[in-house]
Design a protein around this ligand. Structure first.
Ligand SMILES: NC(=O)c1ccc[n+]([C@@H]2O[C@H](COP(=O)([O-])OP(=O)(O)OC[C@H]3O[C@@H](n4cnc5c(N)ncnc54)[C@H](OP(=O)(O)O)[C@@H]3O)[C@@H](O)[C@H]2O)c1
Length: 255
């Protein structure tokens, strides 16, 4: 991996430097305040999934390194129910290597939490299953999901793990506030495209980590953000290249 641009983290590394794991971790460190970072992958022609409808067919080794790092650094992974169903999401694995021990030493959990957003209150099946070494699961939903769905989710997850944010639709700002109030200020949104557009439209997106893989996919897959108009400007903070994969941090412009 080599660094092409670093306007985000002065002193972490300089353009042209090869990047080892500690340097990469410095470049992706969360700031010391509540922060919502999204992480998405795209082909050269803008497809947010391979032609099989999943991201596994467009991921590269470099993307996997950063994907794992970003999960390790986060307190909570925020994901849309559509992505959780399409990608077979399960509760999160423990942080890798010494990152779990370091998190615990800082008073944080050994695992990131998984918070799934569903307006209909339908918990994706694999997130309803308890795994021996998996982290906690939260459901972010709204009153319009209805009493039956809310009762089922509370029965499965526990009452305090169902966050009812909004009446007719999910109020994402209230959801982010609720996560921060639970002691989870480092938020990693892994999409999908509908959730990302809604997060950006609600002016909640502090940062987009975008991996562009060296593949022209064609086909009919959607872009990384679709649905609600967002018009969120972002400025480049970090650009890294590895065997044709380009890894980028795009940041909210300074106020
Ligand atoms: N390129 C990438 O980095 C990336 C990342 C993630 C996913 N993907 C791909 O994207 C595809 C899935 O797309 P998708 O549009 O289904 O993604 P999505 O945004 O994860 O799912 C949409 C569903 O999630 C729930 N949801 C999302 N935002 C919501 C909101 N603001 N309020 C209430 N509910 C909300 C709703 O579920 P309910 O119907 O339960 O209410 C909605 O139907 C898959 O092909 C996946 O592989 C790509």
């Amino acid at each position: 991996m080599r660094l092409l641009l670093n306007d985000a983290v002065p002193g972490a590394a300089s353009p042209g430097d090869p990047l080892d794991a500690p340097a990469l971790e410095r470049l992706y460190a969360y700031p010391d305040r509540p922060w919502l970072r999204a992480n998405m992958v795209s082909t050269l022609d803008g497809a947010a999934a391979g032609n099989d409808g999943r991201t596994g067919t467009i991921n590269t080794p470099a993307d996997l390194v950063v994907y794992t790092l970003l999960r390790d650094l986060a307190d909570v992974i925020l994901v849309g129910a559509g992505t959780a169903r399409a990608e077979g999401y399960m509760s999160a694995d423990p942080r890798t290597g010494d990152r779990a021990a370091r998190a615990v030493a800082e008073g944080r959990a050994a695992h990131p939490e998984m918070a799934v957003v569903s307006g209909t209150g339908q918990l994706p099946p694999l997130l309803a299953e308890r795994r021996e070494n998996g982290g906690g699961v939260l459901l972010v939903t709204c009153e319009a999901a209805g009493a039956g769905a809310l009762d089922r989710a509370r029965h499965t997850l526990g009452a305090d793990r169902v966050l009812v944010c909004g009446r007719e639709s999910v109020d994402l700002r209230a959801a982010v506030d609720a996560l921060v109030d639970r002691g989870l200020p480092r938020i990693l949104c892994e999409g999908g495209p509908r959730l990302l557009a809604d997060v950006a439209a609600a002016d909640l997106l502090d940062e987009l980590c975008l991996t562009v893989v060296p593949l022209l996919a064609g086909g009919v897959e959607q872009r990384i953000a679709v649905g609600t108009s967002a018009d969120a400007p972002l400025v480049p903070g970090v650009v890294i290249e590895s065997e044709g994969t380009v890894l980028q941090r795009w940041l909210r412009p300074e106020a």
